[in-house]
Design a protein around this ligand. Structure first.
Ligand code: PBG
Ligand code: ZN
Length: 333
């Protein structure tokens, strides 16, 4: 039956109707908030390219975590940003049990016991050259030599009490390497959130400011995915699932909604998507110029990621989205 019997506008006439028939909504429970941890006492360093985001010392991070939990957000993901003198070619500071991330995990645990603390596992924050793995003689990133180091980092974070470890390096075989070391150390209950389809993206620019992890030479295209590929994303995700991933992630999110949808439909796994630093910075910058409505764009961008199939969205907007929902803002969905 078509027009005039069918009039789709009937159910759009009021907010009450729109709300009643809306297929996808947002809840604070869908969100994960990233935290950047630095050395020092009472440090809150604004990140210039990410207005509203700060690098936090351990104590400040635990206060922030308590606020995040209060807003109904179930999880944070922590990134260590060590001082330059802690960095070396192998990223050894990454598996120091007294390092930044283990200290942050315990401090957050003490302040917000029921908040899930995910720990990003990579070497780039800890290596002097800024790559996600160890360097070979010709400057290439060695895969299998990197796996042992990543496994050590994951073990260190899990021992410190991380609720999940999240490898973001894109080396082949890292999920099984991490699964094995955790299982061998009575940590078989600790889930792995795998950055499974992570693209070599220009959208990571502001993050590299925040995490001081810009590669000193070259780029990450030899290990992160080529933006033109989607069949390969399914192979990446399938392998990570076979290797023991509990949650699979697509990253970035907004420019890769097709990947999120295919991953969710194909594997029906708990699926996360990372609305990355550049996606955040673009919205912030356009809003600062008065060119877009920041809150509406924020809600629409996160909703789109969820509608594509993400169960969880990692986003720098997490607190703002949760606040807008709590306050029943007119942009709440
Ligand atoms: C590092 C890592 C990156 C991000 C998360 N983990 C950056 C990169 O690969 O260069 C990006 C997050 C963001 O841009 O918000 N392995
Ligand atoms: Zn990395």
């Amino acid at each position: 039956m078509s027009f005039p019997a069918s009039r789709l506008r009937r159910l759009r006439r009021s907010e009450a109707w729109r709300r009643a028939v809306r297929e996808t909504g947002l809840s604070p429970a869908d969100l994960v908030y990233p935290l950047f941890i630095v050395e020092g006492d009472d440090v809150r360093n604004p990140v210039a390219s990410m207005p509203g985001v700060e690098q936090l010392s351990v104590g400040q991070a635990s206060r922030e975590a308590a606020e995040v939990y209060e807003l109904g957000i179930p999880a944070v993901i922590v990134f260590g940003v060590p001082d330059d003198e802690q960095k070396d070619a192998e990223g050894r500071a990454g598996y120091d049990p007294g390092g930044l991330v283990p200290r942050a995990i315990s401090a957050i645990r003490a302040e917000a016991p029921d908040l899930l603390v995910w720990a990003d596992v990579c070497l780039c924050e800890y290596t002097s050259h800024g790559h996600c793995g160890v360097l070979g003689p010709g400057g290439e990133i060695l895969n299998d030599e990197t796996l042992d180091l990543l496994a050590m980092v994951a073990l260190t974070y899990a021992r410190a009490g991380a609720d999940a470890v999240a490898p973001s390096d894109m080396m082949d075989g890292r999920v099984v390497a991490i699964r094995e070391i955790l299982d061998d150390n009575r940590l078989s209950h600790v889930p792995i959130v795998a950055y499974a389809a992570k693209y070599a993206s220009a959208y990571y620019g502001p993050f590299r400011d925040a995490a001081h992890s810009t590669p000193a030479f070259g780029d990450r295209r030899g290990y992160q995915m080529d933006p033109g590929n989607s069949e390969e994303a399914l192979r990446e995700v399938e392998l990570d699932i076979q290797e023991g991933a509990d949650i699979v992630m697509v990253k970035p999110a907004g420019p890769y909604l097709d990947i999120i949808q295919r991953v969710k439909e194909t594997f029906k796994m708990p699926t996360a998507a990372y609305q990355v630093s550049g996606e955040y910075a673009l919205i912030k910058a356009a809003a600062e110029k008065g060119w877009v409505d920041e809150e509406r764009l924020m809600m629409e961008s996160v909703l789109g990621i969820k509608r594509a199939g993400a169960d969880l969205v990692l986003t720098y907007f997490a607190k703002d989205v949760a606040r807008a929902l709590r306050e029943g803002s007119e942009n709440s969905v």
